[in-house]
Design a protein. Structure first.
Length: 489
């Protein structure tokens, strides 16, 4: 009989241990992670599959490159590449997973505990009465819905983490857009400046020949030479800006700079962006941002969690109950017990934790109001800047039109032999300067529109991010694709 009891006890213990999780070490190797980052590329087949599926809106797109045409790496596709690679989204996904795990913790029912009131052996007594065994199993019964309040708070924090992931996605999009716009602006400025520098070199050469012939003054030549030299220095500065913008783009994508070598970038998003009407401020988009911007939703969820935590602390005023059914074997006698226990709220009624929870709820409300105030300020500032830059752009376009008309008049006069080549070169340089000014206002317009896009979380430069970026596309499956994470807005 004693052997059978040992077997039963062993089997019971084994059944308990079978449900336990095991620890699996996952060492982090800096060498391996650094090598993996350095190996990232826009030619990665899994990345291409992910982008192709996202654009096609289906789970089984045509094989990459089947048409033989190079894939356009524009703002939309580059943003998808950032969704695939950028570490900030991995961090946000990890925090979301942690919040979901916290829900499991909040839902858990407290395990019972086993204790012994007495476990002794008295030698010299008859074998049947020598043992005194008094085991108790203690069951904690939570009262006043405490487990439900904990679970509700944990669920609210899941929604907050999900909204934080959406915020991180918008920030990633904004980083890609800004870097791509800076690169587009630098390349266009370089193109205009090279044309102007070619004209200035020709102009200086003609004036130097005339100076040698005594037809112009040295001061005239010095002025044009100084202007040419300033353009040459500006060319070096713009070249540096283009390199920096390309580096910022690689960083915004989460890839090394060398991964952009040979990549054909498309700037079509900046050709005709969706521009709001200047007649009135974007009222509907403003209201939508104040209610549904992802960081607004995150703070709303955090406030809901603070509410549930306050309710939990109020419920903690009411003591939990411990029921301890037990069995006693004393001197050969069998006894059965049921021992209830409860905490007595004599010295405090949980006033301190309740006050702390109220203060945290007030803080959550204050942070929410502060955020809405900040959003209003961002939208107002962005809208005012956009309107001002838009008017400046119209003025620059008018000046460019005048410069083009003047250049055409001088060109006709030059063709008729009425003016000389330097006069035509000056007119062409003036037109290029006007084009440079117009380009500057276009860049400023797009920067203001980008700031407004960030403030409103409304895409003006093409489609928005995938609606669901909760699944890491690099870990979604063998092909790196999960159809639920790909629908574009």
């Amino acid at each position: 009989m004693s052997f059978l009891r040992v077997v039963v006890a062993f089997g019971f213990g084994a059944a308990l241990l079978a449900g336990c999780a095991s620890y699996t070490p996952a060492p982090l190797s800096p060498q391996e992670t650094a090598a993996a980052i350095q190996a990232r590329s826009l030619d990665d087949p899994r990345l291409r599959k992910f982008v192709a599926v996202a654009l096609a809106g289906e789970s089984k797109p045509a094989p990459w490159g089947e048409t033989g045409e190079p894939f356009p790496w524009n703002l939309t596709t580059l943003t998808l590449a950032a969704v695939y690679y950028h570490p900030s989204l991995d961090i946000a996904r990890s925090k979301l997973a942690e919040a979901r795990a916290a829900v499991m913790t909040a839902r858990q029912i407290p395990n019972p505990s086993l204790s012994f009131e007495e476990l002794s052996y008295a030698p010299g007594l008859p074998a049947g009465s020598a043992w005194t065994v008094v085991p108790l199993i203690n069951f904690l019964i939570e009262t006043a819905g405490k487990r439900g309040y904990r679970t509700k708070a944990a669920n609210a924090l899941v929604e907050a983490a999900r909204a934080d992931l959406a915020t991180a996605s918008w920030q990633v999009r904004g980083g890609v857009r800004k870097a791509l716009l800076d690169l587009w602006a630098a390349q266009n400025r370089l193109a205009l400046l090279r044309k102007r520098l070619d004209l200035q070199n020709e102009l200086v050469g003609l004036l130097e020949h005339r100076l040698a012939a005594g037809e112009v003054s040295a001061l005239d030549v010095a002025v044009e030479r100084n202007s040419r030299n300033q353009s040459a220095l500006q060319l070096q500065d713009l070249t540096r800006q283009a390199v920096e913008a390309e580096s910022e783009l690689a960083s915004a994508l989460g890839i090394p700079l060398k991964a952009l070598d040979g990549v054909r970038l498309s700037f079509d998003a900046f050709e005709k962006p969706e521009e709001p009407s200047l007649e009135a401020a974007p009222g509907n988009l403003r209201d939508e941002a104040l209610l549904h911007r992802s960081d607004v939703q995150a703070l709303l969820a955090e406030y809901a969690a603070a509410e549930s935590r306050l309710a939990l602390q109020v419920a903690n005023q009411y003591p939990n109950i411990t029921l301890s059914p037990g069995y006693a074997y004393v001197a050969g006698q069998h006894q059965y017990w049921l021992l209830p226990a409860a905490e007595l709220p004599v010295f405090n009624q949980n006033q301190g934790p309740i006050a702390e929870a109220k203060a945290r709820r007030d803080e959550a409300a204050a942070r929410f109001i502060a955020l809405q105030t900040q959003v209003i300020g961002q939208i107002d500032a962005g809208w005012a800047r956009y309107r001002a830059v838009h008017h400046a752009r119209k003025a620059a376009e008018a000046l460019l039109a005048d410069a083009r008309e003047r250049e055409h008049r001088i060109l006709r006069s030059f063709q008729a032999g009425e003016v000389d080549r330097p006069s035509l070169l000056v007119a062409e340089i003036e037109r290029l300067n006007a084009e440079q000014s117009r380009l500057d206002t276009i860049v400023q317009n797009h920067e203001a529109l980008g700031a407004l896009e960030d403030a409103l979380q409304h895409p003006f430069f093409g489609p928005a991010l995938p609606i669901n970026s909760e699944i890491n596309p690099r870990l979604a499956g063998n092909d790196g694709v999960h159809e639920k994470s790909l629908a574009l807005q």
